[in-house]
Ligand binder design. Structure first.
Ligand SMILES: C[S@@+](CC[C@H](N)C(=O)[O-])C[C@H]1O[C@@H](n2cnc3c(N)ncnc32)[C@H](O)[C@@H]1O
Length: 257
């Protein structure tokens, strides 16, 4: 196993800090607090992203009948993880989690608490190796059946847009018609302080994360049928209860024809 680096902030751990978790180190807390001082809205963004994930999974299970999930860039376990969202509604759901951060692997046991009817698995692999991800996922999922590919807050870690689109395409190529893509990522153009804080974070030595334009995020869904209301700021995507204000995190859900 790769050694855990406690000297530079890590995406999974800083995200955990903003979500109110305790699975982070001093270096993450310091970077998280410095970010929040420049742009306090990041906490709402992290929570808004998780809430979108929950609503998109609910749609996938209840409305689209999906029972298989491939969640790449899982992050550290939190209050509600993909399998908990899905198995609460459909206990037979199967989930494969993928992340390349060694601390996520250490905590993976919390991701493997499947219902007896369903199944969960964790694979330590990189998004940059989509074919290996598909090969590993096929040990748990039947990839001839519709599968939801979840990319929540990870694509910003691939700086080159064409490369990010290529990775999404290669993963979707391994999934059959009727499969879905759920993406949400940080977006540019909502608040200059967000961009300022992100640029400062990217200079800490941490794995950089790029904020994309809404059009760039929408381009991940090229060739897919977008579920209403399309690619929008995440709180506006099928809100439950009162809709809240737009934030700099855009996402959507698309079906492979
Ligand atoms: C901002 S966190 C998002 C976590 C979770 N998906 C969520 O939405 O709450 C980004 C995650 O992507 C993971 N990640 C970054 N680059 C990766 C790569 N090349 N392969 C796999 N995981 C990666 C990080 O380790 C981290 O857990």
């Amino acid at each position: 196993m790769t050694e855990i680096d406690t000297l530079v902030p890590h995406s999974a751990r800083i995200w955990n800090y903003w979500l109110g978790g305790r699975d982070n180190y001093l270096v993450d807390e310091a970077a998280g607090a410095a970010y929040t001082a420049l742009f306090p809205g990041i906490v709402t963004i992290a929570r808004g992203s998780r809430a979108f994930l929950g609503r998109s999974i609910r749609y996938l299970v209840e409305e689209a009948g999906v029972r298989q999930f491939l969640d790449v860039g899982t992050g550290l376990p939190t209050v509600d993880n993909t399998h908990e969202f899905a198995q609460r509604i459909a206990p037979e759901s199967k989930i494969v989690y993928v992340d390349n951060d060694p601390l996520v692997l250490v905590h993976a046991r919390a991701l493997l608490t499947s219902t007896p009817e369903g199944e969960t698995a964790y694979e330590e692999l990189s998004l940059h190796d989509p074919e290996r991800i598909l090969e590993a996922a096929a040990r748990t999922l039947d990839l001839t059946q519709p599968t939801a590919l979840i990319l929540s807050g990870i694509l910003g870690h691939v700086a080159d847009h064409d490369q990010a689109r290529d990775l999404v395409r290669r993963l979707l190529d391994g999934l059959p018609s009727g499969s879905y893509l759920s993406v949400n990522d940080g977006s540019r153009g909502t608040d200059p302080d967000y961009e300022l804080a992100q640029n400062a974070y990217n200079r800490t030595g941490a794995m950089p994360y790029v904020l994309r334009t809404v059009d760039q995020i929408a381009a991940f869904f090229d060739g897919l049928e977008l579920v209403d209301p399309g690619v929008v700021s995440v709180p506006l995507w099928r809100p439950e209860g009162t809709a809240s204000e737009p934030i700099g995190q855009h996402g959507g859900l698309g079906r492979k024809p």
